[in-house]
Design a protein around this ligand. Structure first.
Ligand code: FAD
Length: 406
């Protein structure tokens, strides 16, 4: 049986690590070959990208070399997937075609690209390492240009940064920038009073994918840090130097788009059922309907809930890793000729959204937490991530059932 995993991010890497550990323990039958196709030279730790963009972390600190990971039995191919042909079971890449018996789609997502005039030309995005470095360089360049200017209006424009989109990516980026932009201004000799940082969200609250109390707390914390939060303010268009937000023109220096995600377009083009964001629809065992040999997980997939509606579980790294682990168990059972395991159960670990400098909001299991305590938990959990890759069968430090009301 040849297992082909596309994407070595949170979901795909977890599947590969777990399959390799199962092989080492003699739990995989002889003859199971596992190939992992990934375009990036290292595992990008995406949940630290806002810190790379803001300059808190150096780019190499948010990268883990695949060569350091316990993947001895996995064939790793650095290649970019270009196309998928489910009927002849073939995947085309820039390094040639791959065939498979079982395919795992774990290709993540890119930024959404709604039809906003000027967005593609002038906005920065934050989904890859390269995006984070580009955004950081743009901020450096804007601040360097602003510092010596005598023209106060032009200086203020260059020192105005806009984050468009108040979901967890936008909130985390704004929180991190609130702490780093004063350092940047200091380093370039730009006046601190001219710095402006805006976070704009079209809906009426921040973090619309979470409980309303978290959006309110995030707003309070971010405003305390000097972020101007604008709700009901969709980005309507932008030129090189002016963004129109909720009908109002705003001169800006750098704008980051955090308005949503979109799965790679070739998945839908291959004939797989997908939602409007191009995320592949999967059943409660993460299988693609009508294609029993294809599993899909993480940001590029969306589950059908028991009532037939599409799951609203946010697309997160925590969820992607949980799904990656589940897929490894499913593939092991398939290789052994056993009936599939129980249906996939979403993680109950919760989600914490960092707001810079050890502040966060969110849930640990069912418990809402906010402020410093949440920030400490968030930082602690993230710091253990590289270790969980080196020891693939580490169970979560925190058992969420422990936190469930009796
Ligand atoms: C700034 C930011 C902060 C975030 N913070 C958090 C957080 O604090 N907590 C949390 O739970 N989630 C967070 N998320 C969300 C989280 O990062 C995603 O939900 C998670 O990365 C999804 O995992 P995945 O495995 O589906 O995709 P990814 O981790 O994106 O992995 C996909 C992999 O596929 C590769 N790939 C893509 N296309 C191709 C191709 N054509 N050919 C070959 N390889 C390809 C990519 O290089 C990548 O390695 C954050 C996201 C961002 C952008």
């Amino acid at each position: 049986m040849r297992v082909l995993i596309l994407g070595g991010g949170y979901a795909g890497l977890r599947t590969a690590l777990d399959l390799d550990a199962m092989r080492a323990r003699g739990q995989l039958p002889e003859g199971v070959q596992v190939d992992l196709v990934e375009r990036a030279p290292c595992h990008e730790v995406i949940f630290w990208l806002h810190q790379v963009a803001a300059g808190t972390l150096a780019p190499e600190q948010a990268c883990i070399d695949y060569g350091r990971l316990p993947l001895e039995g996995i064939q790793l191919h650095q290649a970019t997937v270009q196309d998928l042909h489910p009927t002849p079971r073939r995947v085309d890449t820039d390094a040639g075609p791959f065939s498979y018996d079982a395919l795992v789609l774990a290709l993540g997502s890119g930024p959404s690209s709604p039809d906003i005039p000027g967005l593609a030309e002038h906005a920065h995005t934050l989904r890859t390492h390269e995006d984070a470095e580009n955004l950081h360089n743009a901020l450096e360049a804007a601040y360097a240009r602003a510092a010596p200017l005598a023209d106060a209006a032009e200086r203020r424009r260059l020192l105005t940064t806009v984050v468009a989109g108040g979901g967890y990516t936008g909130c985390q980026l704004a929180g991190e920038l609130a702490h780093r932009l004063p350092d940047l201004a200091d380093r370039h000799g730009a006046p601190l009073d001219d710095i402006r940082l805006l976070l704009c969200e079209p809906r009426d609250r921040l973090l619309p994918e979470m409980e309303p109390c978290h959006g309110r707390a995030a707003r309070r914390i971010l405003e305390r840090k000097g972020v101007e939060v604008r709700l009901g303010a969709p980005l309507e268009r932008l030129s090189e130097d002016t963004a129109v937000l909720g009908g109002e023109g705003l001169p800006y220096g750098v704008l980051a788009w955090a308005g949503g995600i979109r799965a790679p377009g070739f998945l839908k083009e291959a004939g797989l059922g997908a939602n409007p964001q191009g995320r592949v629809i999967v059943d409660d065992h993460l299988r693609v309907p009508d294609h029993p040999d294809i599993l899909a997980a993480g940001d590029c997939a969306v589950r059908v809930a028991p009532d037939g509606s599409l799951s609203t579980t946010p697309a997160t790294a925590t969820e992607a890793m949980n799904q990656g682990r589940y897929m490894a168990a499913l593939l092991r059972d398939r290789a052994r000729g056993r009936a599939p395991a129980a249906a996939y159960a979403p993680t109950r670990l919760g989600l914490l959204v960092s707001l810079g400098n050890s502040d966060a909001v969110g849930n640990v299991g069912p418990l809402p937490v906010q402020g410093r305590a949440a920030g400490l938990l968030k930082n602690g959990a993230e710091r253990t991530y590289p270790d969980t890759l080196l020891r693939p069968h580490t169970e979560p430090l925190l058992d969420p059932d422990f936190l469930r009301p009796a």
